[in-house]
Design a protein around this ligand. Structure first.
Ligand code: PDD
Length: 281
């Protein structure tokens, strides 16, 4: 695989980052995951805009322009011959040459930028979408700025491990009695034909897939309500699903052992997945 590091395209075994990089020492960095379908980038504009926002919120510079970033994405898709898969992009505050809590001077310490591809042939046709996911609920103990897409992913990672241990696929995070989001996706329920998903605040990541899916839903005359919901409400819903750049629209069929609706992917989730994939291809 050819990867991109600080202006260079290199074989992955030759790519290097300093041990003093603040991404490595302090999780001082942000990322984006953009999907590729049919060799085409999905919603690059949305991911680029969110990246700029994440960087601004953390007072971090960007080593490339958004046009250059698009060109790098396209070059990696070409070099690695990606038809279906993902591009991971990470920008950290760079490597000041020592460990210090204080941000380094941006004049002397440039951000580190890394991109690599993940080849996932058949991703759009994954059998998981026909079966649906089982999720467990766990307490949301993440920090208060989940709207910034930082590389601080230890708790989401622990959440997935807790789910795995419980025989489930993923976890939904619960704060003050209501669901914030999934470990790496936005969470939805459907009741009486209405799609319900948490409103956008600092409590959750403002999903790029979420924005697209809600737009498609409204265009298809489906009713959408943006508000928090509880696990009990989700368990009593007709359907549930999650969205993310890597999973698109993925049905959820069980929450904490309770079947949702019939316990199979619901028609709204299935339809939204179809629409999303059609519109993206
Ligand atoms: N995760 N919420 C969280 C906490 C996420 O990490 C993600 C994305 C989303 C969905 O956002 P989007 O639709 O823009 O992908 C919501 C990515 C895919 C990941 O970490 O791999």
């Amino acid at each position: 695989r050819t990867v991109y590091v600080n202006g260079e395209y290199l074989p992955e075994t030759e790519a290097k980052v300093s041990i003093f990089d603040r991404g490595f020492l302090m999780a001082d960095g942000v990322y984006e995951v953009t999907s590729v379908l049919g060799g085409k980038l999905i919603d690059f504009g949305g991911h680029a805009a969110r990246l700029e926002r994440s960087l601004t919120e953390l007072d971090m510079g960007c080593p490339v322009t958004m046009d250059e970033l698009l060109a790098i994405h396209r070059e990696l898709v070409k070099l690695n011959d990606i038809d279906e898969g993902m591009i991971y992009l990470q920008i950290t505050r760079g490597a000041p040459g020592d460990r210090d809590f204080v941000f380094p001077d941006p004049e002397t310490t440039k951000p580190t930028i890394v991109l690599f591809t993940q080849n996932k042939p058949g991703m759009a046709n994954t059998p998981a979408a026909k079966v649906g996911l089982k999720v467990i609920s766990i307490e949301d103990i993440r920090w208060g700025r989940r709207d910034i897409k930082t590389v601080q992913l230890l708790y989401p990672s622990m959440g997935k491990m807790m789910a795995k241990k419980a025989g489930a696929d993923d976890a939904w995070l619960v704060e003050d009695g209501s669901v914030t989001e999934g470990t790496s996706n936005n969470a939805y329920i459907v009741k009486g034909g209405k799609i319900i998903t948490r409103n956008l605040t600092k409590d959750i990541l403002h999903g790029i897939t979420r924005a697209a899916v809600l737009r498609f839903a409204r265009e298809a005359q489906m009713e959408v309500e943006e508000r928090p919901f509880t696990i009990e409400e989700a368990q009593a819903a007709d359907e549930a699903f999650v969205t993310s750049a890597s999973a698109f629209v993925m049905p959820v069929v069980e929450i904490d052992g309770a079947k949702i609706g019939t316990g199979t992917p619901g028609p709204v989730a299935v339809r939204l997945r179809e629409i999303y994939l059609e519109e993206s291809l």
